[in-house]
Design a protein around this ligand. Structure first.
Ligand code: GLN
Length: 452
């Protein structure tokens, strides 16, 4: 196989080739590192490429395979990690100046499990600062381009992970999704993006944005690969008490049953997901998807999620409130950047945070602090929490009638750089179809169903 064949293979294929001894982990790793060297200067998906440690990991795998040891469900498969997750010995910047020099001394649980499954960590991917954004334009370091059209954004906040998979730099990348940051960039780059149920994958080693919403998950080019990656990462973790202790189901078996009949599957189509803001081409693609499901025997059922109208408002109160609290720890004392000129403690806090955080992060901290402050707490935060419960109930109600909901991931396809940068509200509105899943804690999968 040529290097070009290897980078165009999906994770399951690479794993099988490696397990059968038809190709070494070193060859797979080198092919992808070479691909990154040739295309990433134009895409800018990666914040850091960990070539030396990847080669080391690959040669360890090759040695173990030669000894006849099991190679694992992701044996020899390259994986790129969003820079909000900790990888031992590699800076975890979160796309922020304030953490530019922070080097975690440990692996996030999901990274540890990917390695245990045989995956090879090839680098860290670019992202919106602290995962706040929908275009990756809020990264303090660089702008990741959409591989399909370099004038357009890859989506965000996990734009680097999405672009890396779309550009064949890796068959698997990990992102995080607080309000859509896996699904929206997956939709913008024509990749598969899975946000698991809240708590399905441990958040240990995931730098918190909004703790009650954050969830890590995979980007891949096939649904089966997403199932394999989820299977490897999911499961209880004593280091994260919000991590579910539910047994892990056999997702791979389900995905492999892809040819099985969907006759009688009840597919809900939320009325509120085809409103005015939805572009005609997206509407058309989703309609074709519904027709395809129907042609295969699924039953299409009209459902309503009436609280959808409030979702963006609720999300941006809950997420910013939690962010303002989570980001208080970046004070120049414990992690990363510190202003050395300051003469008093207060001055040091102020100067460090002013220089370390970008505009969008400061905007969120101010919004969240306001929503939590005495006198406004009841009117904003408490009210938002109540409406969050109503959103959850809408889904409970819908799932009494249907097995799954199928609708658009985003109101439009990928937009151009700068289009929404000066208008935070229009940027926020690109999450309209994704934030409800996080507020309700349910899983969501974005997969290609058309191209524009
Ligand atoms: N775009 C949303 C935001 O800016 C979602 C981000 C995310 O899921 N991390 O908050």
């Amino acid at each position: 196989m040529t290097g070009n064949d290897l980078v165009r293979s999906d994770a399951a294929t690479l794993r099988d080739l490696f397990a059968r001894g038809e190709v070494s982990a070193t060859e797979i790793t080198r092919a992808h590192l070479e691909r990154i060297r040739s295309v990433d200067p134009r895409i800018d998906a990666f914040h850091a490429v960990t070539a030396a440690s990847a080669e080391q990991q690959a040669s360890d795998l090759d040695r173990r395979r030669a000894l006849g040891e099991p190679t694992g469900p992701l044996g020899g498969v390259p994986v790129a990690i969003k820079d909000v997750l900790c990888v031992r010995g590699v800076p975890a910047t979160c796309g922020s100046r304030i953490l530019e020099s922070f080097v975690p001394p440990f692996d996030a649980t999901c990274v540890e499990r990917l390695r245990a499954a045989g995956a090879v960590v090839i680098g860290k991917t670019n992202m919106d600062e602290f995962a706040m954004g929908s275009s990756t334009e809020h990264s303090a370091f660089k702008q990741t381009k959409n591989p399909w059209d370099l004038q357009r954004v890859p989506g965000g906040s996990s734009g680097g992970s999405a672009a890396a998979v779309a550009a064949f730099e890796t068959p698997l990348a990990i992102g995080t999704d607080t309000g859509g940051s896996i699904r929206q960039p997956a939709a913008f780059t024509s990749t598969v993006g899975l946000k698991p149920t809240y708590g399905r994958i441990s958040r240990y080693g995931l730098v918190a944005f909004a703790s009650s919403l954050d969830q890590a998950g995979p980007f891949t080019r096939t649904v089966k690969d997403a199932a394999i990656a989820l299977q490897a990462m999911a499961g209880a973790d004593p280091r994260d008490m919000t991590c579910s202790i539910e047994p892990v189901a056999d997702y791979v078996a389900v995905a492999e049953g892809g040819g099985a009949s969907i006759k009688g599957l009840r597919v809900g189509v939320p009325r509120e997901f085809s409103g005015d803001g939805l572009d005609a081409d997206v509407r058309q693609a989703v309609k074709r998807c519904h027709e395809a499901l129907q042609a295969r025997g699924a039953e299409i059922i009209d459902v309503s999620l009436p609280t959808t109208d409030y979702a963006i408002a609720v999300y941006y109160i809950v997420a910013t409130a939690e962010a303002s609290s989570n980001l208080a720890r970046f004070d120049g004392v414990r992690y990363g950047l510190r202003d050395a000129e300051a003469t008093t403690l207060r001055d040091m806090y102020e100067r460090t945070r002013d220089a370390g955080f970008g505009d969008e992060v400061k905007r969120r901290i101010m919004l969240g602090t306001y929503a939590l402050s005495a006198g406004y707490y009841d009117a904003y935060y408490l009210k938002a929490m109540k409406v969050r419960t109503l959103i959850r109930r809408d889904f409970d109600e819908a799932f009494r009638k249907v097995d799954i909901l199928v609708g658009p991931t985003t109101p439009s396809a990928a937009f151009r750089f700068g289009d929404k940068l000066d208008d935070p509200l229009s940027m926020y509105l690109s999450d309209i179809y994704t934030v409800t899943a996080n507020l309700a804690g349910i899983p969501g999968l974005s997969l290609p169903c058309g191209f524009t």
